[in-house]
Write a protein that binds this ligand. Structure first.
Ligand code: APR
Length: 320
């Protein structure tokens, strides 16, 4: 059986890390695309030269031509600009919207059957724009945010409880912004909800609230430390988990920005909800029961995403 083909649009910090992880996990052959001449070619060669050491087989190539993504099974999009200290994800809107337009055209022309994972920020609005520009069916395009946000939440919780990260599950709903909704009721340590762990005295409500706040601001914390860009290891690992679920038909249940068409009372918006990812892409959108407070927080987060989508339509009426 021929190897799968993975195209990475954007060969920057996240793109390079994606290429490395995809190789190490032998997910397929990898094409790196970037407008910066030499960058994808250089990273492709460097990574290929690491393969004998780590003992994996994958063909790597770098390109400036969309024709080379033809036949890709999975495409992961990180093209665009990342945040600098003091910037919100929303500040990236104007520049990255143009990028989504050109990436969408490239995918439409050369790889319309791929499963596409968008990482470019502001995430929920950019994946919405990428779907419009590419015309991909809604089961074949998702945004990566929830796996990352819940990984941050899980890590902070594992530190708090001094238990393995493996035994902590966490759910984060809503947009990938400061209004995201980490759900304590649906987050657990080995199946025990956080709300029960507070009652059992494992932590206090105040400390849990502080962890939730740190999760919401998790991306900004890294931007402030790095100063020259934003997080890339955890975002790349998160998108690879989604790609792997698709390529191996694992049907993992993961939070991701999916195209809602009435679920949760939301229409034509991409926003973070639990989905099942399998060989058909988005196999299912899971509608969980929310209490009144959670509904209000989710609605606030959706409203923020809708505001960004309106701004996109204002910048480029072709998206309206
Ligand atoms: N087409 C292809 N590649 C592009 C385009 C374009 N139109 N415009 C920019 N790029 C490339 C840049 O040349 C750069 O190599 O996208 C790459 C982005 O890489 P980095 O600047 O290192 O950014 P990174 O940290 O990888 O983040 C990428 O993901 O998490 C989000 O907010 C983040 O939007 C940002 C994106």
């Amino acid at each position: 059986m021929a190897r799968k083909k993975i195209a990475l649009i954007g060969a920057g910090q996240i793109g390079g890390t994606l290429a490395h992880l995809a190789g190490l996990k032998e997910l397929g052959d990898i094409v790196l695309f970037d407008i910066a001449e030499g960058t994808p070619q250089g990273k492709a060669l460097d990574l290929a030269e690491s393969s004998p050491v780590d003992g994996f087989d994958a063909a790597y190539s770098g390109t400036q031509s969309y024709a080379d993504i033809a036949g890709a099974d999975v495409i992961i999009v990180t093209a665009g600009v990342p945040r600098k200290p003091g910037m919100s994800r929303d500040d990236l809107l104007g520049i990255n919207l143009k990028v989504m337009d050109s990436v969408g055209q490239g995918i439409k022309q050369y790889a319309p059957d791929a499963f596409v994972i968008c990482i470019t920020n502001p995430l929920d609005a950019m994946v919405w724009a990428l779907q419009k520009a590419s015309g991909l069916p809604r089961n074949k395009i998702v945004g990566m945010a929830g796996v990352l946000d819940s990984a941050r939440f899980r890590y902070f919780l594992a530190e708090e409880f001094k238990v393995s990260v493996e035994d902590v599950t966490a759910f984060v709903l809503g947009g990938h912004g400061d209004d995201m909704v980490p759900l304590a009721r649906y987050s657990t340590v080995a199946g025990i909800p956080l709300t029960d762990l507070v009652k059992l005295g494992w932590t206090s409500q105040e400390r849990l609230d502080a962890i939730i706040e740190r999760t919401r601001k998790g991306g900004g914390e890294i931007v402030n430390l790095l100063k020259t860009g934003s997080a890339f290891y955890a975002p790349a690992a998160s998108a690879i988990a989604m790609a792997e679920s698709y390529l191996k038909d694992k049907r993992r249940v993961l939070p991701a920005a999916a195209h809602l068409t009435g679920q949760y009372g939301v229409n034509d918006v991409f926003v973070g909800v639990p989905i099942v990812i399998g060989a058909n892409g988005v196999e299912r959108i899971v509608e969980i029961e929310l209490n009144e407070a959670e509904k209000a927080e989710f609605a606030k987060s959706v409203k923020a995403v809708e505001g960004l989508i309106e701004a996109c339509k204002g910048i480029n009426p072709a998206f309206a």
